[in-house]
Design a protein around this ligand. Structure first.
Ligand code: PLP
Length: 375
């Protein structure tokens, strides 16, 4: 099998897996208990928090463990939207993940005004467009660090400056970015940032929300005192340990991995351009390494996905909102991709476990499928 869908999820880092095991089998104590058996779990949570904080240049007490990207996004939007304040409105963009879009729809139903900024044709949200929309009423701006379908990296630092100049908070959904490109919350200036472990070779069902010290937010889970009483519930110690080890490994090897993955991407694009296939590459030149959204003219992305699957190649389609829908995705609609191309979209996302050989095999398979389809 060739797995080329690393934007959907990644293979668990073996060191992260080994680090998790003792907290499942031996050190299984509830970290909140006062007896000595809980000391190991408590220490593991503390060290994991410190390790994650170091990776994004945050303070340890600014890291709040969650169940993943979806929860972190829901918390950021609702926790700020429903917090008492004179300001009421939220600004996001029309290329966000559904974890943000549907959280925004929910707060809208509760009377919070939300504006959806239009991204440009490269799937970039510009500071200029934010300047046009931002108002005295704006409480929170939420723009993703990198788009999950086409990979475009947003000008976060500049967007944060516009938000802060206008007295608004800034959240970024960095689920596709953390562990893949350098993230420094202090340099970016963000107030809140979402991340998910399974996107950076950590386990599934765990993530974190960075909340800058001093940011006022409503608790996400009411209950005990865990996560400074803002996200109650017994901590998933093993998953949190796995997440911290995976992030540390990815961050320590960020440049090496990016070089390797970019090399595979370049080779893939160069081989593809030598074929006579009619395609366009979606998104911006500035994108997450290895994230390639391709639209083939007058073909069907679903068909390509399934035919590649039969050949043992896993990619995703960028054309469907979900596996049951045949609509062009909201991101491709936002970038105004023409219909004759948009319907034939697939997303290939290479990761650190791919090779140049994988790139060559995928190009050969695509050529074979499209040739057979024409005849
Ligand atoms: N945000 C973005 C940009 C994503 O790509 C994803 C997952 O695909 C999520 C949020 C949701 O993350 P999780 O799968 O951890 O809930």
């Amino acid at each position: 099998m060739i797995y080329a869908d690393n934007a959907a999820t990644t293979k668990l880092d073996i060191e992260a897996f080994e680090a998790m095991k003792p907290y499942l089998l031996e050190n299984y104590a509830n970290a909140s208990q006062p007896y000595s058996f809980s000391r190991g779990a408590k220490k593991a949570l503390k060290e994991s928090r410190e390790m994650i904080a170091r990776c994004i240049n945050a303070e340890p007490d600014e890291i709040y463990f969650t169940s993943g990207g979806t929860e972190s996004d829901n918390w950021a939007i609702k926790g700020i939207a429903f917090n008492e304040s004179l300001r009421k409105a939220i600004i996001t963009s029309n290329i966000e993940h559904h974890a943000i879009l549907n959280s925004c729809r929910q707060v809208e139903r509760c009377g919070v005004p939300v504006a959806y900024l239009p991204a440009n044709q490269e799937a970039i949200v510009t500071p200029e467009i934010l300047k046009q929309f931002i108002a005295k009423q704006t409480k929170l701006v939420s723009i993703m660090t990198a788009n999950n379908e086409v990979g475009s990296i947003q000008p976060i630092k500049e967007l944060v400056a516009v938000a802060h100049d206008n007295g608004a908070l800034f959240h970024t959904d960095a689920v596709q970015a953390v562990g893949h490109i350098p993230i420094d919350v202090k340099a970016l200036g963000v107030d809140l940032l979402s991340a998910s472990a399974h996107k950076f070779n950590g386990p599934k069902g765990v993530g974190f929300l960075y909340i800058k010290n001093g940011t006022s937010i409503i608790e996400h889970e009411s209950g005990g005192q865990q996560e400074r009483a803002l996200r109650a519930g017994t901590e998933n110690v093993a998953a949190i340990v796995g997440m911290s080890v995976a992030l540390k490994n990815n961050c320590e090897n960020l440049v090496r991995n990016a070089d390797l993955i970019t090399g595979i991407e370049d080779s893939f694009k160069s081989l593809l351009s030598k074929t006579n296939m009619d395609f366009i590459v979606n998104g911006s030149k500035l994108h997450i390494p290895g994230n390639i959204s391709l639209s083939f003219r007058n073909t069907d992305g679903e068909m390509l996905l399934h035919r590649l699957d039969l050949l043992g190649i896993m990619v995703s389609t960028g054309a469907a909102c979900d596996s049951k829908s045949t609509q062009v995705s909201h991101v491709l609609q936002a970038v105004k991709a023409s219909e004759e191309y948009a319907k034939g979209t697939i997303r290939i996302s290479f990761g650190k476990n791919n090779s140049l050989n994988d790139a060559e095999k995928i190009v050969n398979s695509l050529t074979q499928i499209l040739f057979e389809n024409m005849n």
